[in-house]
Design a protein around this ligand. Structure first.
Ligand SMILES: [Zn+2]
Length: 318
């Protein structure tokens, strides 16, 4: 009984939404739809990945109410916006997303949102000459820029600028927190350089489930091999597994890594194939690739996830 009542309500709400997005926001508020800070003073900011959520929180401070759509372990390449997400996007004062086609399944809804709400790709200032070409999508850039701290640093200013434009009274604070965050990123960069340089040179090979670490490899001097293409949409084939297992056994690479947002089975297939070749390949641990850790932990932040990765990598390869 209850089910059908909600069903009818659901259809009604959907129809209203389809015609008048503005009315929907009121409706959702009236139904206790959980729009964080809908009646509060702060800017309502909606973000996509955990890295972008962290960025918006750090720059925005207490003047903003950030709703991050993608939690820990979520794969942004495959993520589709739910009805609730659409409400959070259209009900925001500003939307920040990664861009570079990382949120591939959300391209259409982000474009739609942009007609009603300022919608900003935080990677817009990454110099074009620094971008790597996507392995999977011809003509697209590789979106995983956050694992080169010098590139992720360029995402701070667009957020400072946009928040300041929408909330001029808060501009000084956005500016100050943005500068502090950039300093923190500089320190992170120095930490990563130092740690990676402690790995013997012939072992600086990073093998993971998908190609999320190519910028990381370029900046910090590691050879990077992914089992899948750059997106997680394609399954690794048997040929990929054999080829990689040959390479690992020949070069005596001690460990391969699992990623938090990618199924483990592909990596386990490579481990099994390497062992068939007489090479005792370890699984070196789980890396955060396209999403950070659980809310409330250090790894939920960009800085924390990056440091955790670097520790996992150095411990396994050193
Ligand atoms: Zn990815």
């Amino acid at each position: 009984m209850g089910g059908s009542r909600y069903g009818i309500l659901g259809v009604g709400r959907f129809a209203v939404f389809a015609l008048f997005a503005g009315v929907l926001v009121l409706l959702a508020g009236g139904c206790g739809g959980g729009e964080a800070g809908a009646s509060g003073d702060g800017l309502r900011v909606t973000t996509t990945t955990t890295m972008v959520t962290d960025l918006a929180r750090r720059v925005g401070g207490e003047r903003v109410e950030v709703t991050g759509l993608m939690g820990p372990g979520v794969d942004p390449h495959l993520y589709k916006a739910s009805q609730g997400d659409v409400e959070a996007l259209l009900g925001a004062d500003v939307v920040f997303y990664n861009g570079l086609f990382l949120e591939g399944q959300m391209a259409e809804i982000l474009e739609k949102a942009d007609q009603q709400v300022p919608t900003v790709a935080v990677t817009r200032d990454v110099p074009e000459g620094e971008l790597l070409e996507s392995v999977s999508y011809e003509g697209q850039a590789d979106p995983h820029v956050w694992f080169d701290a010098t590139l992720w640093r360029t995402t701070v200013d667009p957020v400072v600028e946009e928040l300041s434009r929408l909330d001029p009274e808060g501009a000084e604070g956005y500016e100050r927190r943005g500068e502090a965050y950039k300093e923190e990123i500089d320190q992170l960069h120095a930490f990563v350089e130092e740690e990676i340089s402690s790995i013997p040179e012939d072992r600086r090979v990073l093998v993971t489930a998908h190609d999320a670490f190519r910028y990381f490899g370029r900046e910090y001097g590691m050879e990077v091999r992914g089992l899948q293409g750059i997106s997680t949409e394609a399954e690794a084939g048997a040929g990929d597994v054999r080829e990689l297992a040959d390479y690992l056994a020949e070069n005596e690479i001690p460990a391969i890594f699992v990623e938090s947002s990618v199924p483990r089975r592909n990596v386990e297939a490579v481990q099994a194939a390497s062992r068939d070749r007489g090479w005792d390949l370890e699984i070196g641990g789980t890396l955060y690739s396209d999403a950070g850790g659980d809310a409330g932990t250090d790894e939920a932040t960009y800085d924390g996830m990056f440091r955790a990765n670097v520790r996992t990598i150095t411990e396994a390869l050193r």
